[in-house]
Design a protein around this ligand. Structure first.
Ligand code: ZN
Length: 289
């Protein structure tokens, strides 16, 4: 049985990019915080199924709730980095990205004494025009990145990018890129499977069939992710507009049950453990036709 990857982006319900137009970063500290109880709920569900995962912690959260980061680590999960300010990388200059990453790594180190080795960009914002970020991550000692979604989406994605993990060569050294799970419907059409939003919005069998297909036909692990707020149907609703509300709030009530089912039907582990060595190829080689 292939061991898949489960990951959690540890952030507040007001951090998603969908809400950036409604809540400014200088207002974050004035909103009720729910990240601790929401993440504990995820930890309890993981514990019940003896599942270990990778937790990409936002630096802003690590700085305010260091005890939560220590608790995640003490329960045997991998601590990873989800930036400090949750800003889209393609909106940043390399210098701004360096500064954000430095601050995030420092906050996580201060919280739990662990230097994160895996990185996930806010909203998968490593795209064709921000691939330079991989070199910066290598400079900070990151060995794994999971920020590229090989699909077409209005805000992120590199269509045609390798659907499976690759070691990419950057001028500073190699880094493993671990894309989120997708299913190839044809040579040209790739459909997303890995996100919490798909688990929330679609019937459970959609996600389960996708993982089975990746494990059986592709013989690869599927990399899944979710957010702690996705399991809490009662958190304050900040998003306005039909699409934003649909993406952010639909299906919250069914999530805990679906996650329990996912963890009992499949085997999951942390991200870096799944990829210890892979042949290295230049970044361009991961861009298939
Ligand atoms: Zn995020």
């Amino acid at each position: 049985m292939i061991r898949n990857i489960i990951s959690v982006d540890v952030e507040e319900y007001f951090h998603p990019t969908e809400l950036a137009g409604y809540v400014r970063p200088d207002e974050w500290a004035t909103l009720p915080s729910l990240v601790e109880p929401q993440t504990r709920r995820v930890l309890e569900i993981f514990d019940r199924h003896q599942a270990k995962g990778t937790f990409f912690v936002l630096g802003w959260v690590a700085e305010r709730y260091p005890g939560l980061v220590r608790e995640i680590a003490s329960r045997g999960h991998e601590i990873a980095c989800h930036s400090y300010w949750h800003r889209l990388i393609y909106d940043l200059t390399p210098a701004e990205f360096r500064e954000d990453t430095r601050r995030a790594v420092e906050a996580i180190e201060n919280a739990c004494g662990i230097t994160p080795r895996a990185y996930r960009a806010p909203s998968y914002s490593i795209t064709q025009r921000s691939l330079w970020a991989l070199e910066v991550l290598v400079e900070f000692g990151f060995t794994h990145d999971s920020s590229i979604y090989p699909i077409e989406h209005d805000r992120y994605g590199i269509p045609g990018f390798s659907r499976f993990a690759r070691a990419l060569a950057t001028p500073s050294g190699p880094i493993f890129e671990v894309p989120i799970a997708t299913v190839a419907l044809s040579d040209r059409t790739t459909t997303p499977v890995g996100g919490g939003a798909y688990l929330r919005l679609l019937p459970y069998r959609y996600t389960a069939a996708g993982i089975r297909r990746i494990n059986a036909s592709d013989q690869q692990p599927a990399c899944m992710y979710l957010h702690p707020w996705e399991l809490d149907a009662k958190h304050p609703r900040l998003a306005r507009g039909f699409v934003s509300r649909l993406r952010t709030y639909t299906g919250l009530r069914s999530m805990p049950r679906k996650l329990e089912r996912l963890l009992s039907d499949f085997e999951f582990g942390p991200l870096t453990a799944a990829y210890a060595s892979l042949p290295s190829a230049p970044i361009g080689a991961a861009l298939s036709s």
